[in-house]
Ligand binder design. Structure first.
Ligand code: HEM
Length: 188
């Protein structure tokens, strides 16, 4: 089994759980529900990226093009929402766990094509409220190069730690969303 197959397999259940928990992709998605998703993402992605930016990255990861907080900030301001308090701290994330976290962050672009279609029905687009979930024109090659970087950089005895970083990141997204939807009484 290649490392990428393992990474995908060992995070598959968490991806499913998150995809099902989030109201994205549901026909009746409302603007307040979407706003709650954006706030949750911002509460996770801002502290996560702050940690990831402290780590040393091989050029192959092209991290400068991978950061997502700008897009979130733009979406929050488009919807007149404020940047929320961090949902978690990631200061103990190791460099290898950071690679797993970046995999989750980068992968969150992949569902964008489906999600952006629904957001268009709410009048949102890449320049208004839906920058984070709007897929870029070079999504597929960007993702391919990211996976190649992971394959090249992660040795066999490092794999488990990278997977644990990805799992932890999914879990933070999940618990932040559960907390948020409870507080806002947004129907899941
Ligand atoms: C309702 C929301 C979502 C939908 C509909 C969705 C859909 C998808 C789809 C269709 C793919 C496969 C794309 C491909 O292989 O070309 C994918 C992959 C992926 N998604 Fe999502 N996704 C959603 C939310 C998320 C979120 C919130 C995250 C992370 C925070 C995420 C992380 C990933 C990752 C890491 C992969 C790559 C899996 C792999 O091939 O290794 N997704 N998603």
């Amino acid at each position: 089994m290649t490392f990428l197959t393992r990474l995908k397999a060992e995070t598959h259940a968490l991806h499913m759980e998150l995809e099902q928990a989030l109201p994205l992709g549901r026909p009746g998605l409302t603007l307040p529900q979407y706003g709650a998703v954006l706030e949750t993402f911002a509460a996770v992605v801002f502290p996560l990226e702050e940690r990831l930016r402290q780590l040393a990255w091989n050029d192959a990861f092209e991290v400068e093009a991978r950061w997502r907080s700008e897009a979130l900030l733009q979406d929050l301001s488009g919807l007149e929402l404020k940047l929320p308090a961090p949902a978690s701290q990631f200061q103990t994330l190791t460099p290898l766990q950071g690679m797993g976290a970046l995999y989750v962050l980068e992968g969150s672009r992949l569902g964008g094509a489906i999600i952006a279609r629904d957001l268009a029905r709410l009048g949102l687009n890449a320049t208004h409220g839906a920058a984070f979930f709007s897929p870029s024109a070079h999504l597929a090659p960007d993702w391919k190069r990211f996976k190649e970087a992971l394959t090249r950089e992660v040795t066999e005895d490092e794999e488990t730690e990278v997977v644990s970083g990805a799992q932890l990141t999914y879990q933070v997204f999940l618990s932040a969303w559960r907390e948020k939807s409870k507080l806002d009484k947004v129907t899941e």
